[in-house]
Design a protein around this ligand. Structure first.
Ligand code: ATP
Ligand code: MG
Length: 349
C-alpha cells in the first residue's frame, strides 16, 4: 500500500523492499518449522512420481535462480511411484536446490537425477534394507562440504552462512521429511568439486497410476480494476483488520467488520442482502472460521467466501477446495487479495 501511495519515492520503495524481504524470510522460516513439526500422517500420502515433481519445480527454479546456474536432468523414464506427501517432498527438494545455489556463487551446473535402485545395493548407506527404492539425487558443482562440518549439517540451526542468510533448518527439514517417508539420505561431497545429496524413498508397494499433475491456470498480472460492493471482513487481529479496511475502501468497496466469529455471523444475518463477499480468517474466536463458513452457508448456499490463514491443515484445504471456497495464504499482498476476489466473482457469475 505504501508503494501505491507514492510510487516515485525511492526512499520509501527501498524501505518497503526490505519489509517485503523480511516478511518473505519470516514466512519461509515458519513454513520450515511447520514441516519439521508436523509429521506426515497416512491420510496425506498419495502416489507421487518424482519425475513429475522435479519437472514441476524446474520453471520456478529457472525463474528465480541466477542465470549462471545451468539445470540438467537425468530422469529415469519408467520410474516407480512412491507413497508421499507431495508438499513435503517439494519443500525438501527446494531446500536442496537453494543450498546448491548458495554453494555455486559463481554459477555452475545443478543436476537432478532419479533412478530405481535395489535396497540390497545400498548396504553402505543403511543396514536394514530390503525391497526397491527410488533415488532422487540433487548435485551441484559448488564449494563442497568440509569434512569438519560434515557430521553437523543435518542438525537443526547448524549453518555456516552469515546471520540473516541461513537459519540452518534446510537440511534438518530434508532429513525429517525423508525419515517420515521411511527413507534415508546419503551425501557425497568433495571440497571445491561439488556435492550430491541422494534421497532414497521406498517404492510404492504396487503399481499405482500417478495422478496427472494439476494444470496451472495462467494468473493475470495486469492491474485489477476497482470494485463495487460490500465486503464483510472477519479478522481478529486488529492491525490486520484496519489494513484490510483501508485496502477495500480505497478500491471503492463498502465494508462491514467483525473481530470474532459470533459478531460476523450476527452481521451476516442482519445484512446478508447487501453483502457480496465474506473474507474470513480461519482462526476466529467464539465461532471458528470453519464453523462460521458452515453457518453462513446455511443462510445462503451461494455466498462468496475467501478464507485466509497463515497455515492450513491439508484436510481442511481439501474441504475448502471441495466447497469451492477461495483460499488466501498469509502473508498476502493487496494484489493477491484482489486477484482472489476477481477469481471468485468470475467463477460465480
Ligand atoms: N550443497 C551444498 N554445498 C555446500 N555446503 C552445503 C550444501 N548444502 C548444505 N551445505 C552446508 O550445510 C549447512 C546447513 O545447511 P542447511 O540447509 O541445513 O542450512 P542453511 O542453508 O545454512 O540455512 P537455511 O537452509 O535454513 O536457509 C550450510 O550452512 C552449508 O554449510
Ligand atoms: Mg539451506
Amino acid at each position: 500500500m505504501l508503494t501505491e501511495h507514492d510510487a516515485q519515492n525511492t526512499e520509501i520503495n527501498e524501505s518497503v523492499a526490505v519489509i517485503n524481504d523480511t516478511v518473505k524470510r519470516g514466512s519461509a522460516l515458519i513454513q520450515q518449522l511447520l514441516t519439521v513439526a508436523r509429521k506426515t500422517g497416512g491420510a496425506e500420502l498419495e502416489s507421487v512420481n518424482l519425475n513429475i515433481l522435479v519437472e514441476g519445480l524446474l520453471p520456478l527454479i529457472r525463474e528465480t535462480f541466477p542465470k549462471t546456474i545451468e539445470l540438467s536432468c537425468a530422469l529415469q523414464s519408467d520410474l516407480p511411484a512412491i507413497m508421499a506427501d507431495k508438499n513435503h517432498i517439494e519443500q525438501a527438494l527446494l531446500n536442496l536446490c537453494v543450498n546448491a545455489r548458495d554453494a555455486m556463487p559463481n554459477g555452475g551446473r545443478l543436476t537432478f537425477k532419479t533412478q530405481s535402485v535395489d535396497g540390497a545395493a545400498l548396504q553402505h548407506v543403511s543396514e536394514t534394507i530390503a525391497g526397491r527404492y527410488v533415488c532422487l539425487e540433487v548435485s551441484d558443482a559448488g564449494v563442497g562440504i568440509d569434512k569438519s562440518i560434515r557430521e553437523r549439517i543435518f542438525e537443526p540451526f547448524f549453518t555456516t552462512k552469515d546471520k540473516g542468510q541461513g537459519t540452518g533448518l534446510g537440511l534438518s527439514v530434508v532429513y525429517g521429511v525423508v525419515k517420515n517417508h521411511g527413507g534415508f539420505v546419503d551425501v557425497e561431497s568433495k571440497p571445491m568439486a561439488g556435492t550430491s545429496f541422494r534421497l532414497y524413498f521406498p517404492s510404492a508397494p504396487f503399481e499405482v497410476i500417478a495422478k496427472e499433475p494439476a494444470v496451472e491456470t495462467a494468473t493475470e498480472t495486469t492491474s485489477i480494476p476497482n470494485g463495487a460492493g460490500t465486503v464483510l471482513l472477519a479478522e481478529d487481529e486488529a492491525s490486520m483488520l484496519r489494513l484490510l479496511e483501508k485496502l477495500f475502501l480505497r478500491r471503492g468497496y463498502k465494508i462491514l467488520k467483525a473481530t470474532n466469529g459470533q459478531a460476523a455471523l450476527d452481521i451476516y444475518q442482519q445484512h446478508k442482502e447487501e453483502i457480496d463477499v465474506v473474507l474470513l480468517d480461519i482462526g476466529l474466536p467464539k465461532i471458528s472460521g470453519r464453523d462460521l463458513l458452515l453457518k453462513i452457508r446455511t443462510e445462503n448456499p451461494d455466498v462468496r467466501v475467501i478464507v485466509t490463514s497463515g497455515y492450513i491443515e491439508p484436510a481442511m484445504k481439501s474441504e475448502l477446495d471441495q466447497a469451492r471456497v477461495e483460499f488466501l495464504h498469509k502473508p498476502y499482498t493487496p494484489d493477491d487479495v484482489f486477484k482472489t476476489l476477481r477469481r471468485l466473482t468470475e467463477t460465480a457469475s
